[in-house]
Design a protein around this ligand. Structure first.
Ligand SMILES: *Cc1c(COP(=O)(O)O)cnc(C)c1O
Length: 454
């Protein structure tokens, strides 16, 4: 696999290492798009007027296999497709663009469509915001005892946007919907007062869009003895495939690697939680070099991705991706079910189909590649894994368990739901074996009522 590239003839000139992005307004400058029909390109603009679009030159030049477009998985991952909007929403926006409506009218129509989409699933806005001295701390979430999530304000964008992203409200410019931390100070204060926390997960957007100086402000203080309880630092990122030059090119990259090295030498476990959706992303030389460079600094790279129709809905794709990751020293970590937001219907896969794909892939690989848990739903009560299909007293059921739970007592507890070929999220599932409610439902309901009262 080494050296194998989709575009083997490409030579990485200094110019190619300069970050350059295309947005809806500059879509026409993307050279290979010109092979698509005028109608297809117009449809993409219609969708891009509603859903965020941003793609950079590395994704265009190195990740997308253009002869396979529109089916190419990375094209589906980054470029808007007509069916991502409901037909009536598409028609509304298409006629506005055709009639050259002004910006304000177009934005207003887009906002009306946004309002129908589920912007913050899983009660993220109310239930998970930590408090310090009676005040809520924006830009942070603390749902499971050991792990605090931090969303640094400068990290709330990405080098390219994924079309299915559940975090897209962060990108559509509605400030009140944004999770954004004012300061690293809040974070450090909170961690200081919560010695039970062992893991900090810096996430976004993509924190690797931040300048190293800003990352340093968050990470450097954690090396002090008062933060000895923060044993594991995780950084969630898709930059390894979307912009590997972040780790390879220039002084800022060198400074980043030195910062990470210092963290590791100070005794922290540094986990890069890399987002890879398809094995194709692991082929380009710069991606492999960036992986190696992070590993040489002492980081352990783990990988996670949601399972999505049009992108990675086959056992072969997952098996190949996991195997390539193992060969590159990456540990598969999670297979997620996509959250119920955005253009979910386009990407949606029934839970039993996702399980089937997971199990199909699992069978094809050795134990080293069988490390991804899943398929798993991050929903209000916790992270729920679909474990299998069983027959119990002649009733066909789904076996589920909590990998993480809002109440730690629920963790790892198996439970059953009625077998359902249509269900694609926890809300669609019903208890099995004569039960009226899932064992956690009453308690979860009480937690929500209590949180709303605060
Ligand atoms: C997934 C997740 C975590 C981390 O869970 P692990 O099983 O430790 O990887 C922490 N907080 C939230 C809100 C999560 O969704």
């Amino acid at each position: 696999m080494k050296g194998k590239s989709l575009n083997p003839q490409s030579i990485h000139s200094p110019r190619e290492k300069e970050f350059r992005v295309y947005s809806a307004a500059t879509m026409d400058l993307i050279e290979p798009l010109k092979r698509l029909s005028t109608a297809d390109r117009f449809a993409m603009k219609v969708v891009a007027a509603v859903l965020p679009f941003r793609v950079n030159r590395f994704v265009v030049d190195e990740l997308i296999d253009w002869p396979k477009v529109p089916e190419d998985p990375i094209f589906q991952l980054t470029f808007p497709q007509k069916e991502m909007l409901e037909p009536e929403d598409f028609e509304t926006m298409a006629s506005l663009l055709k009639n050259q409506a002004d910006d304000k009218t177009i934005k207003a129509a887009a906002t009306r469509i946004h309002e129908r989409l589920n912007l913050h699933p899983a009660d993220q806005t109310t239930l998970n915001v930590p408090m310090l001295d009676g005040l809520p701390l924006p830009g942070m979430q603390h749902k499971y005892d050991q792990t605090v999530l931090f969303f640094p304000s400068q990290g709330q964008t990405c080098h390219s946007f994924c079309t299915y992203c559940f975090r897209w409200p962060q990108f559509v410019g509605n400030a009140t919907l944004k999770f954004a931390a004012q300061e690293a100070d809040h974070l450090l204060n909170y961690l200081r007062h919560n010695p039970q926390v062992t893991d900090l997960l810096v996430t976004g957007g993509d924190p690797m869009v931040m300048k190293t100086a800003n990352l340093t402000r968050i990470l450097e203080p954690l090396m002090a003895p008062e933060f000895a309880h923060i044993e594991n630092i995780r950084i969630g990122t898709k930059a390894l495939s979307f912009w590997p030059w972040r780790f390879l090119n220039g002084a800022d990259a060198d400074d980043l690697l030195r910062l990470l090295e210092r963290l590791v030498r100070s005794g922290k476990h540094l986990a890069i939680m890399a987002h890879f959706s398809h094995g194709q992303e692991l082929l380009p030389g710069p991606v492999q070099k960036a992986i190696k460079r992070l590993q040489d600094a002492g980081a352990l790279i783990r990988s996670q991705a949601p399972i999505l129709r049009h992108i990675n809905d086959s056992p072969e794709v997952w098996a190949e991706m996991w195997q390539r990751q193992v060969r590159l020293g990456i540990i598969p970590y999670y297979m997620f079910i996509a959250r119920d937001t955005g253009s979910r219907r386009y990407f949606e896969i029934p839970l039993v189909k996702a399980l089937d794909i997971y199990q199909g892939a699992y069978k094809k690989v050795s134990g080293l590649a069988r490390k991804a848990r899943g398929p798993s739903m991050s929903c209000g009560p916790g992270k729920i894994e679909i474990q299998g299909v069983m027959d119990i007293h002649r009733e066909k059921v789904l076996l589920l368990r909590f990998l993480q739970a809002r109440n730690a007592a629920w963790t790892d507890r198996p439970f059953f739901a009625r077998y359902d070929t249509e269900a694609s999220w926890l809300d669609d599932l019903r208890p099995a074996l004569g039960e009226q409610r899932f064992f956690f439902e009453e308690e979860y309901e009480a937690m929500r009522i209590q949180a709303e009262a605060v």
